[in-house]
Write a protein that binds this ligand. Structure first.
Ligand SMILES: NC(=O)c1ccc[n+]([C@@H]2O[C@H](COP(=O)([O-])OP(=O)(O)OC[C@H]3O[C@@H](n4cnc5c(N)ncnc54)[C@H](OP(=O)(O)O)[C@@H]3O)[C@@H](O)[C@H]2O)c1
Length: 233
């Protein structure tokens, strides 16, 4: 049994990761901004003793620190940090506002960093700690121009930034035995991905979980797709 800490678990990929992980016998600590409004998570609480639901806004350092220091005070190991919380703005270069650009960076890059940093004490209590940053092919600089999807300039920049967080944290944390990877879930039918997307959320998360189960420390600092294959940076 692993302990999985999920950010942005109220819906979409984060919720489905919680659901599947619990059904496979893992312990899940699901964090979200508004636990009282997270109806699906609350109904999972009725079925699983191994689920904890905590309030955490990745954009607030106080919120992140208070959540993770509470867990560390109980000496709670975290085997997998699933750094999932994210937002998008589809506006292009000409349309995006400064405020939206900054909000996306704060959530998708700074938020992921704050969570990883605050999780370190609990990750160090695990025998095989793993950090998954939920990235996207839209963050691949090499793939620009090869995709029909485009225009979400702030989001794309943020996922490139998240990928650099993966690379650098992998270097900084390897000596601690912590594996850090970027995974792309593919194009998924969630509020963010929309109903034209390729994957049902159940399928995307099933594929992600297969990849996660096969990761080891040698894989640290890599960027992998839902098909299990490397994605060029
Ligand atoms: N769907 C896709 O096709 C796709 C493709 C590539 C990558 N991704 C990545 O996969 C991750 C999950 O995406 P999704 O499709 O599941 O999106 P989603 O359905 O829109 O869900 C996003 C989740 O992030 C949470 N969140 C947003 N801001 C937050 C904050 N400040 N603090 C805590 N939680 C916050 C939301 O919580 P609230 O309910 O409180 O708003 C929600 O639970 C994202 O990082 C996204 O970039 C998705």
């Amino acid at each position: 049994m692993k302990t999985i800490f999920i950010t942005g678990a109220s819906r979409g990929i984060g919720f489905e990761m919680a659901r599947q992980s619990l059904s496979c016998g893992n312990r899940v600590i699901a964090s979200c901004r508004n636990p009282d409004d997270a109806d699906e998570l609350n109904s999972l609480m009725d079925s699983y003793d191994q689920l904890d639901l905590l309030e955490m806004d990745v954009c607030s350092n106080d919120s992140v620190n208070s959540c993770l220091s509470h867990l560390y005070s109980k000496r709670q190991p975290i085997d997998l940090l699933f750094n999932n919380a994210g937002i998008i703005d589809w506006r292009n270069f000409h349309e995006i506002t400064e405020d939206s650009f900054a909000r996306i960076y704060q959530t998708n890059v700074v938020g992921a960093f704050l969570c990883l940093r605050a999780c370190l004490p609990c990750l160090r209590l695990s025998g095989s700690p793993l950090v998954v940053n939920l990235s996207s092919r839209l963050g691949s600089i090499d793939l620009r121009g090869e995709t029909q999807l485009g225009g979400a300039i702030a989001y794309q920049c943020s996922k490139s930034g998240l990928n650099m967080l993966t690379k650098q944290a992998a270097l900084d944390l390897k000596a601690l035995g912590i594996c850090v990877v970027s995974l792309s879930p593919g194009w998924v039918k969630t509020d963010m991905g929309g109903d034209q997307a390729k994957y049902e959320v159940e399928e995307s998360v099933r594929l992600l979980r297969t990849t996660i189960e096969n990761l080891c420390l040698e894989d640290t600092g890599t960027f992998i797709g839902e098909d299990g294959l490397p994605i060029p940076w």
